[in-house]
Design a protein. Structure first.
Length: 290
């Protein structure tokens, strides 16, 4: 088999592979920077919780219109926002911390979403919602993913400075500005929005993988915030391309293949990255990259 046949022909010959690659790369472009901020704010598991939280809304959309893009997307977005707001209110007016209340609500949401999808659909429909069908993306789904990415990137650019300040010192931002709480809520909305966009291709359980794994891997290579965002996007795009190639040539599910490639890149970065284990253990302290 020639290099052309292995690396390029699947995407040039088949429209479904081409659409899958475009959709996954656009998701990586939007979700990568959001994942970096989640990581720097020590909210990595919040992304996982919110990925489960959108499931009941998607389930309601499925009950109303079946596997239609717009109802499931809108339902998932509303459900994710409701869970985020409820978790914030519980932490503000009770003794419980936000991470604990978020865990409680996402577990309820996960169970409720699975039950709602099961009421009308089959096991195949449930698997579609949970793990996505990136190879079945149509033009409407690509438009939806593109709109989500555009809104997310524009919104992130607007709140970039206060969000960065909150990563460094949340107490300082609250003391000098009242933007802390609004920025936090807007950022949670962006997390939900990106998970809803990723849900179209990777399902609720895998969408967070393309958000967090590239961000976690990027931290082992670079130090600056902007650099981390760029590297996370690149890792997400490469993971999408290689994962789809593996899916095509080995006949394995495409969504898990993409996430496994991203996981492999994370493990490699952990070991051999410029800030990884091998470099930091073997390099004298005065020669290490800051």
């Amino acid at each position: 088999m020639s290099l052309y046949a292995f690396f390029l022909e699947p995407f040039l010959r088949y429209g479904f592979m081409n659409r899958a690659l475009v959709g996954a790369i656009v998701i990586a472009l939007s979700a990568g920077p959001v994942g970096v901020f989640l990581m720097l704010r020590r909210m990595s598991l919040t992304g996982d919780a919110m990925a489960h939280a959108i499931l009941p809304g998607a389930g309601v959309g499925f009950l109303i219109a079946g596997l239609e893009i717009l109802p499931m997307t809108m339902g998932g977005f509303v459900a994710g926002l409701v869970v985020a707001l409820l978790a914030g209110l519980v932490s503000r007016f009770t003794i419980q911390r936000e991470d604990t209340s978020l865990a409680a609500f996402y577990l309820i949401s996960l169970a409720l979403g699975v039950m709602l999808v099961s009421l009308k659909g089959s096991n195949v429909d449930l698997m579609h919602v949970l793990f996505g069908t990136v190879l079945a993306l149509n033009n409407d789904a690509l438009i939806m993913i593109g709109v989500v990415a555009t809104i997310s990137i524009a919104s992130l650019a607007l709140i970039w400075r206060p969000l960065f300040a909150e990563c460094l010192d949340p107490n300082f931002l609250r003391s000098v500005s009242g933007a802390g709480q609004p920025v936090h809520l807007i950022f949670l909305g962006l997390v939900v929005l990106n998970l809803v966009g990723g849900f179209q291709a990777l399902g609720t359980l895998l969408a967070v993988g393309l958000m967090m794994l590239p961000a976690a891997a990027a931290r082992f290579w670079v130090h600056g915030l902007e650099s981390m965002c760029v590297v996370a996007i690149l890792i997400g795009a490469v993971s999408s391309y290689l994962g789809l190639l593996l899916s095509y040539h080995l006949s394995v599910p495409s969504g898990p293949a993409i996430i496994l490639v991203a996981g492999a890149i994370y493990l490699a970065s952990l070991l051999i990255g410029s800030r990884g284990l091998i470099r930091t253990r073997l390099t004298p302290p005065r020669h290490r990259v800051a």
